[in-house]
Design a protein around this ligand. Structure first.
Ligand SMILES: Cc1cc2nc3c(=O)[nH]c(=O)nc-3n(C[C@H](O)[C@H](O)[C@H](O)COP(=O)(O)OP(=O)(O)OC[C@H]3O[C@@H](n4cnc5c(N)ncnc54)[C@H](O)[C@@H]3O)c2cc1C
Length: 413
């Protein structure tokens, strides 16, 4: 019998794993199972360019022919219902069970649901979440100039959608429960900067605002949001962007270890012999951070998939790089290197007023992360410095006369 690798989840991590396996010389069958009808596509544009384009299309990661050429069997529009790890079987909706030798969970995340008084289990047609292309299509189809869009959550997705919507002429309110936007992930300076930019663009940004409930109209649509202080905010449309949670139900029901994702080995993503997890659904131990870290980003999904393919073909894996991310809002390109949690000092380089700066995060004298706003030309050097956990360079970081490229060469040498 031919060796078979089944991959559950045809998103970024699943698609990259399938292709990388073939590139690494895996000769068995590869079956990529996805519950969406689309070929694997890029999610980042869904909160950015897709909302602004005149004729938006899902941006496929690669064409169908690439899967055919690589001999990857695509089972799209097919949900994996149950996994039997003892008998090495995955049960598929409407299809006979599939016998596997190796199984990869690449099931991604789902938006965290907002429990609201006044809503119960009702799914109002004008209340949106954003994860899949049909979510973005549904949101867009209801956008009309002048309409009132209320966004719950001032994180990356909420702010990206706010930027797109206000540019399309909607009247946008963002409700954030913390006292600043992006509070979990950025320094006060960066939060204040983004708050200022959004307000200047016309977004009604309300911080420290808890949502208590919603009011439905006769048609069952949300027409008002009610805050904890009793304030009522009229809405034509509502988007909830309060974070994501890993899709682990299938893995949990098969008895795999779960804690904020599927717990897996750092280098290979192995969960148990022959079973692996990759991408957003996977919580890997990180020797860099000395704890489990679950990342939700394209660079993580790609790097993890490449490493998994190396491991599955018996090759040495590559130590994971420091995490990095990006976010696009208006004409601002935010690039983030490293994780800033635990910082005790922030050094600013450049000009916040001119929308071109870097916030470096240090713990003691060690550089742990950086948020770079419109500093694309310096980002490669900054990633190197973060990757190297550069020490003793705080004064240089803030000095624009010091070339970060040269500094990164010295530190890495
Ligand atoms: C709106 C939006 C904007 C983003 N912007 C950025 C950005 O700017 N930069 C960045 O780095 N990252 C961004 N991300 C995050 C990035 O898209 C994810 O990190 C990446 O898609 C993770 O890939 P994945 O394959 O692990 O998960 P996913 O892409 O979510 O794919 C998982 C797939 O598995 C499917 N699935 C789940 N359960 C089953 C089952 N039982 N059977 C079959 N199929 C199943 C899901 O439907 C999905 O298709 C964004 C995400 C969203 C939603």
């Amino acid at each position: 019998m031919t060796h078979l690798t089944a991959i559950i989840g045809a998103g970024h991590a699943g698609s990259e794993t399938a292709i990388a396996l073939r590139q690494q010389g895996y000769t068995g069958r590869i079956v990529l199972i996805g519950d969406e009808a689309h070929l694997p596509y890029q999610r980042p544009p869904l909160s950015k360019a897709f909302l602004l384009a005149s004729d938006p299309q899902a941006s496929e990661i690669r064409p169908q022919s690439a899967y055919a050429q690589a001999g990857i069997e695509l089972r799209l529009d097919t949900r994996a219902l149950r996994v039997d790890t003892a008998n090495r079987e995955v049960h598929l909706e409407g299809q006979p069970p599939l016998q596997f030798d190796q199984l990869v969970f690449a099931t991604g995340c789902s938006p965290r649901p907002l429990q609201l008084r006044g809503l119960g289990q009702h799914r109002a047609a004008n209340l949106h979440y954003l994860r899949h292309v049909q979510d973005a299509t549904g949101l867009r189809s209801q956008w009309r100039e002048g309409q009132r869009l209320v966004i719950v959550g001032g994180g990356y997705i909420g702010l990206e959608v706010a930027a797109a919507a206000v540019q399309r002429g909607l009247r946008v309110t963002v409700l954030e429960s913390q006292e600043r936007v992006l509070a979990r992930v950025t320094a006060t300076e960066v939060s204040h900067f983004y708050a200022h930019v959004h307000r200047a663009a016309g977004v009604d940004l309300r911080l420290d605002t808890q949502l208590d409930g919603v009011q439905l109209d006769d048609a069952g649509n949300v027409c008002e949001l009610v805050t904890a202080t009793g304030e009522r905010i009229a809405a034509d449309l509502m988007l909830v962007g309060i974070g994501a949670q890993p899709n682990v139900e299938l893995a949990a029901a098969s008895g795999l270890p779960i804690d904020n994702g599927i717990l897996a080995d750092e280098h290979t993503g192995q969960v148990m012999p022959g079973v692996y997890a990759v991408g957003d659904c996977c919580n890997r131990f990180s020797s860099r951070y000395q704890r489990h870290v679950r990342l939700e980003s394209i660079p993580n999904a790609s790097e993890h998939a490449r490493n998994l393919a190396l491991a599955l073909t018996g090759k040495p894996t590559v130590p994971p790089a420091a995490p990095w991310f990006w976010s696009d809002q208006y004409d601002l390109k935010l690039q983030i290197a490293g994780l800033s949690q635990g910082y005790d000092q922030v050094v600013i380089r450049g000009s916040i007023a001119l929308h071109s700066f870097v916030a470096f995060y240090l713990r003691g004298d060690t550089l742990i992360a950086a948020d770079c706003i419109n500093r694309m030309q310096e980002f490669a050097a900054i990633k190197k410095l973060v990757q190297a956990s550069a020490r003793g360079i705080a004064t240089h970081l803030g000095d624009e006369c010091v070339s970060l490229k040269e500094l990164s060469t010295t530190v890495a040498a």
